[in-house]
Design a protein around this ligand. Structure first.
Ligand code: ZN
Ligand code: ZN
Length: 256
């Protein structure tokens, strides 16, 4: 029973074989998938995927890279869509200082507005953070995100940053990089995260785990992430799967 807590199976990379890729995930022991809808195009297709497959759930949110495209009325649009029974979180939202597609002040405003939305709705949040650790933590704190909690998706920061997020009621999620030989920091941080706050994900089609690195990632590869994580914390694959699935259900309260 594996839960991929962050994937993009509605991405065009799967247009040729989406059904087969989802079938392969089931064969790998994936019981539930949280697909991420993060802008005007991907939110409707992510909801559609969740409506098509009973084990697929979705989020709705505005990605920091697309922050500049958010129009007046879009927060209300997200609020309306969040009433859909298969929407389990607001996200992915956050800050991305690596790709310079939206100005920082716009990213920050859009991030804050959506934390406020999540608090109004009582939904957890899925956080995207790239090269913006300090500002992400500060905004989560100022906007009292601890009231709803959430997950730091594909965490790439230091233990110090992880600790600050754990203190705010957040879970820490790891993906493909923990399977890489040379990825020292995410492995060390994973080993320090309390087991009851640990989540796993693929972020497919990106961040493909070893030994498929360089090719397209898919949601069934969450098993490879789980195997690597299990080894790092000294659990069996079954134990790691059970612990992280229980964590996912505690955080994403709408997951059955
Ligand atoms: Zn992301
Ligand atoms: Zn993502």
């Amino acid at each position: 029973m594996l839960i991929d807590t962050h994937t993009h199976m509605n991405h065009s990379a799967f247009d040729e074989d989406r059904a087969e890729a989802l079938e392969r995930a089931r064969a790998q022991g994936v019981s539930q998938i949280i697909n991420i809808g993060f802008n005007r195009e991907t939110i409707p297709t992510s909801i559609a995927l969740a409506e098509q497959y009973d084990y697929v759930y979705t989020t709705v949110g505005w990605h920091p890279q697309d922050a500049i495209d958010m129009q007046p009325g879009d927060v209300e649009w997200l609020e309306e869509l969040s009433r859909h029974p298969k929407v389990v979180a607001i996200g992915e939202i956050g800050l991305d200082y690596y790709w310079d597609t939206s100005p920082k002040d716009v990213q920050k405003r859009v991030f804050r507005e959506q934390i406020r939305l999540a608090r109004r709705l009582g939904l957890p949040i899925s956080i995207h953070n790239r090269d913006a650790h300090h500002d992400v933590v500060q905004i989560l704190r100022e906007e009292r995100a601890a009231e709803v909690g959430g997950v730091m998706h594909c965490f790439s920061g230091s233990w110090e940053t992880a600790k600050q997020c754990l203190d705010m009621n957040f879970y820490i999620s790891f993906g493909g990089p923990v399977t890489f030989k040379n990825a020292k920091q995410p492995k060390e941080v994973l080993q320090q995260v309390p087991l009851d706050r640990l989540l796993i994900e693929t972020d497919a089609p990106y961040l493909t785990p070893h030994p498929h690195r360089g090719k397209r990632n898919e949601t069934g590869y969450v098993r490879l992430v789980a195997e690597a994580a299990a080894e790092l914390v000294g659990l069996s694959l079954e134990e790691l799967a059970a612990v992280t699935a229980a964590n996912a259900k505690r955080l994403f309260r709408r997951l059955p």
